[in-house]
Design a protein around this ligand. Sequence first.
Ligand SMILES: Nc1ncnc2c1ncn2[C@@H]1O[C@H](COP(=O)(O)OP(=O)(O)OP(=O)(O)O)[C@@H](O)[C@H]1O
Length: 240
Amino acid sequence: MTTTDLLVVRGLVAGYGAAPVLRAIDLTVPAGTIAAVVGANGAGKTTLLRALSGMIRPAAGQVLLAGEDLRGTPVEQLVRRGMAHVPEGRGVISELTVDENLRLGGLWRRDRADAGRALDEVYQLFEPLARRRRHLGHQLSGGERQMLALGRALVGRPRLLLLDEPSLGLAPRVVARTMALLRQLRDRTGLTVLLVEQNVRSALAVADQGVVMSLGRVVIAAPAAQLRDDVDLRHAYLGF
Ligand SMILES: Nc1ncnc2c1ncn2[C@@H]1O[C@H](COP(=O)(O)OP(=O)(O)OP(=O)(O)O)[C@@H](O)[C@H]1O
C-alpha cells in the first residue's frame, strides 16, 4: 500500500445558492485507503461528493487528485483522471439491461480491450449480475442495483471511488457484503474510497480514516480505529 496522498482538499467552499453549504473543508485521503465521511443529516456529506465530482462548482478552495489541481476540469475529464461517483439513489438506468448499464461505465475508455477485461472482472466480482446480464434495471432488487451501480463505476477502473450511502435501504447482510467488497478492492487493487454513510458503525468498521462533518465543516479526521474505540470521541461526535 502506497502512502501517497491521492486526494487533497483544501479550503473547499461550495453550495447551491448564495449561502455556502461547505465552509472550508480540508481533507486528505492517502492512496489505497478508505475514508468514511459521517455526520448528522444536512452536514454536507453529499454536497462534498458533488463538489468533488464536478456536479456543483466550488466557490473557493483547491482539490488535488494525485497532485493535480482539478479546478475548472470538466466532469468528463475528471472521470478520465480516475474519479468515479456513485450517487445516492445509484442512477441505474431501469430501461437498460445489466450488461448495457455496465458497458456504459466503460464507453469513454479508449483501451477497448481493457474495458472488456474490466467488465469480465466485474462479472466475476458480482456473480448475481453475471446471472442477470439480460435483466432490465427495474427487475433487480435493491442490493443488485447497488452492485450494478458499483460495478458500472469499476468498469472505468477508477483510482478514487466516491460512494454515497451504499447501505441505504439494504438488508444488514447485503450491507456487510458491500463493505467487505470495498475492503477487498482496497486490498487487491489499491482502490481509494471516500465513503459517505449514515450507517456509522459499518462504515467505521471498514474504513481506515473516519471523517466527521458538522454544519459544513470537518470537525474531526482521525484513524477509524480511534473513533471506533474511544468512547468519549464517539459520544462527542457521533452520539453513540
Ligand atoms: N439541490 C439542493 N439545492 C439546495 N440546497 C440543497 C440541495 N441539496 C442539499 N441542499 C442543502 O445542503 C445542505 C447539506 O445537504 P447534504 O445533502 O449535503 O447533507 P448530508 O450530510 O449528505 O445529509 P443527508 O445525510 O441528509 O443526505 C442541507 O441544508 C440541504 O438542505
